[in-house]
Design a protein. Structure first.
Length: 395
């Protein structure tokens, strides 16, 4: 097999990259070890930045997003049983975020790629990458894998590692190339998907002495809610009734507000971490999305950061194929990392401000409340949150 860009991973990063390359007339092949059904059903992020939404619409894959997505022009912070709204539209010149689940984005992109004759191969096995270090100019990168038990090789000009934190691309780099920056948080999120209409038109981030809680949604009929918990929490210790009881406590408000309960469709515990590797490229291999960085979900940035990476990569590849110049390709990592670290800062800040830490004392609790008070009473502070939440400009 032969193509221009071999892409490993059929999540948002890999599929957006393949779609953008197609629009530039560049061939690509996407390889995914999971089944199409699994990739299109796994529950992940659901908040899309303004720039992500604009890109999907502009490139012809935003029709269902525009029809079904829930546009939010603000977000709520709740502490001391009081609710404070951060007005995105007012603070950012009309920008918003859109609630549209990641697996729905994946469905739209997969349909678009296959309809255009794109090659997306699911359920491949034993994937490995070779000759990507660019040391031998006569040898092109190759991706070896098995499909339906048959050994195959895909020869390409470049490899895009869009295969997530647990993928094969990052570990394939020679030892000593990457520098890792890592922070593991002493808590996790217990998340549920519930058949219940959201109790708020917009997200509610709640700071409570018992721990953080978040009220989000996936549709007008499906709620997505989270509780701060131990990272090793056993989900069997949390029957549905106990989860709802704790959500009632942490999301309680003074005003006439009621948390609507319903059947729990899914539940699980997710650990929290911040992770970055530098550089995000080596030879003709480029890492994007979770393969290069992880952010805690508090700031709703994971999917959006992956899309930002591949926008930059697609632009660099398009420039190379049209001019033969590698300037943008050489600058890929540096360009991406400027945004990555700004997003890491914002996600760390949101996480640190809203969660209770085991080693904190009464002073830290008062400090967090003071920060929330300042944030919700200062236009400058609120504007900083709003600008970051709706998405920083692309580099």
């Amino acid at each position: 097999m032969r193509t221009q860009v071999g892409i490993i991973g059929a999540g948002p990063a890999g599929l957006v990259l393949s779609h953008l390359l197609h629009l530039h007339g560049i061939e690509s092949v996407v390889l995914e070890n999971r089944s199409r059904q699994y990739v299109q059903e796994r529950v992940r992020a659901g908040v899309l930045e303004q720039g992500t939404v604009d890109l999907l619409k502009e490139t012809g894959v935003g029709e269902r997003l525009q029809r079904e997505g829930l546009v939010h022009y603000g977000v709520n912070l709740r502490f001391g049983r009081r609710t404070h709204r951060i007005d995105f539209a007012d603070l950012t010149g009309g920008k918003a975020v859109t609630i549209y689940a990641q697996h729905e984005v994946v469905k739209d992109l997969t349909d678009a790629r296959l309809a255009a004759g794109g090659q997306v191969h699911f359920e491949v096995a034993d994937t490995s990458i070779h000759n990507f270090d660019n040391s031998n100019r006569t040898s092109k990168p190759a991706i070896r894998f098995r499909k339906d038990g048959e050994p195959l090789e895909l020869v390409c000009d470049f490899v895009a590692g869009c295969d997530g934190y647990h993928g094969i691309c990052r570990p394939s780099l020679p030892e000593g190339i990457l520098t890792t920056f890592d922070r593991v948080y002493p808590f996790g999120w217990l998340g549920i998907l519930a058949e219940a209409p959201p109790s708020s038109e917009e997200l509610i981030y709640a700071y409570h002495e018992r721990g953080f809680a978040l009220l989000s949604m996936r549709s007008p009929h499906i709620g997505r809610l989270y509780l701060q918990c131990r990272p090793d929490e056993d989900i069997l210790n949390w029957p549905d009734a106990k989860i709802w009881q704790e959500l009632q406590v942490r999301l309680a408000a003074e005003e006439k507000w009621k948390l609507v309960e319903g059947p729990v469709l899914q539940k699980g515990v997710t650990g929290m971490r911040s992770f970055v590797v530098e550089p995000m490229q080596y030879g003709n291999l480029f890492l994007a999305g979770d393969a290069a960085h992880i952010v805690p979900p508090t700031g709703a940035k994971g999917l959006n950061l992956a899309v930002a990476d591949v926008r930059i990569l697609a632009r660099a590849l398009a420039d190379f194929y049209s001019t033969g110049r590698r300037d943008l390709l050489h600058a890929y990592s540096e360009t991406c990392l400027r945004r990555v670290w700004k997003v890491q800062r914002f996600s760390w800040w949101m996480t640190s401000m809203l969660h209770r830490f085991d080693n904190e004392n009464a002073f830290d609790h008062r400090r967090q409340l003071a920060e929330l008070d300042y944030l919700t009473s200062s236009r400058a502070a609120a504007q900083s949150l709003a600008e970051n939440y709706v998405g920083l400009p692309l580099e």
